[in-house]
Design a protein around this ligand. Structure first.
Ligand code: NAD
Length: 348
């Protein structure tokens, strides 16, 4: 093995060959004489033949299934761009002695900023006031009917206090709000260091003036925000979802918003993406809707890309990268052997 060979999924390039995400800086690979990188298949399920002879894969949208792994057993890391990995068969990675890494460091700040953006815009009635201004004097005359809601002493609640949920509280500190969260796996020490009171689900829904969702989508959280829980919320409260669409029963939420049982919502994610034609959410002026991309900034993509490249180069130098999903692989003798060989070849 003279070079460390990195595959990059082909969807990082547009059909015209230009970079899909120009802020993803590949120069640490380009400038490393010991690295050889190539683009491979960009859609569907990646085939084993495409990954033959590679040590690492930087992956965007294509799926990884058990038959994506070549017989040479060489692949040591798949670095997924972002933190979602429902497109990757994690067990198959472990079975083939391959680590799967995601990039919590790249999304933490950008998604938390997206939550704060929704909160500030909705609480200050930003969109309504923009419309009033554009309609000239008649709009100006109505401005006292669109009073915003001040934040001091109001309650910011979070469903989930992990990577992103905790960062939301860090960013919101100067607003002098009360902080509460529900998270069955929360670390009480982290919560207390952030000034967050851990509460039960009903309390979270009943007390929050701003309720932000930052939990994963799984069997326990699918439709955890449902009609019954929305009914516990204050009519003056707003709901923000930047996690995954199906965490919220969207029909129930739309109904609550239509009936004025909730003051507003900021939604970056939906049960169906893109939303179906004529989605009733479009008819509501108390919601802000963004196409699963409010966190997309130059810095977000640069940060995610940098985290992926760091994970790949860590493995190349025989180090265990952060953000590994299938932690059990770390103790496998086969994976440890790969790291040892990389260390011997490329230096630790
Ligand atoms: N909108 C976007 O572009 C975007 C980008 C990145 C991540 N996300 C989504 O944001 C969400 C949070 O990501 P993260 O990086 O903070 O994940 P994370 O795993 O670090 O944190 C999730 C937290 O949710 C908690 N949790 C698990 N089950 C729960 C339950 N039943 N009720 C309440 N809390 C529960 C976990 O204990 C954990 O603390 C995920 O759904 C992720 O897919 C969205």
């Amino acid at each position: 093995m003279s070079k460390f060979r990195v595959a990059i999924s082909g969807d990082f390039k547009k059909p015209d060959g230009s970079a899909a995400f120009p802020d993803f800086d590949l120069s640490p690979l380009e400038q490393n004489p010991a690295v050889d990188y190539h683009y491979v298949a960009g859609n569907g399920v990646i085939r084993a033949a495409d990954l033959e002879g590679f040590d690492a894969l930087i992956l965007l949208a294509p799926r990884i299934e058990p038959d994506s792994f070549p017989g040479d057993g060489r692949l040591a890391i798949i670095a997924r761009f972002g933190v979602g990995y429902d497109t990757v068969n994690t067990q198959a990675c472990t079975d083939h002695g391959c680590a799967l890494a995601i990039t919590p460091d790249g999304v933490r700040r950008p998604v938390a900023v997206a939550v704060i953006t929704f909160m500030l815009a909705l609480m200050s009635r930003l969109m309504a006031k923009d419309r009033l201004t554009r309609s000239g004097p008649p709009g100006w005359a109505l401005r006292n009917q669109h009073m915003g809601v001040g934040l001091i002493g109001r309650t910011l609640g979070s469903l989930g206090i992990g990577n992103i949920g905790a960062e939301v509280f860090r960013l919101a500190k100067p607003f002098d709000m009360r902080f509460i969260a529900y998270d069955p796996y929360a670390d009480p020490k982290i919560a207390s260091s952030l000034g967050v009171r851990l509460v039960d689900l009903d309390e979270l829904f009943g007390e929050a003036d701003v309720l932000s969702i930052s939990c994963p989508l799984n069997d326990q959280t699918r439709h955890i925000v449902n009609a019954k829980r929305l009914a516990l919320m204050k009519p003056s409260a707003i709901l923000i979802n930047t996690s995954r669409g199906p965490v919220v029963d969207q029909k129930a939420l739309t109904k609550a918003l239509q009936e004025g049982r909730l003051a507003g919502a900021g939604l970056d994610v939906f049960e169906e993406e893109p939303n179906p034609k004529g989605d009733p959410l479009y008819g509501l002026d108390n919601v802000l809707l963004t196409p699963h991309a409010l966190c997309w900034t130059d810095q977000c993509f640069a940060g995610i890309g940098a985290a992926d490249i760091k994970a790949v180069l860590d493995v190349m130098h025989g180090r265990v990268p952060t953000g590994i999903v299938n932690r059990e692989v770390v103790d496998q003798p086969g994976w440890q052997d790969k790291l040892k060989r990389y260390r011997q070849t490329f230096g630790g």
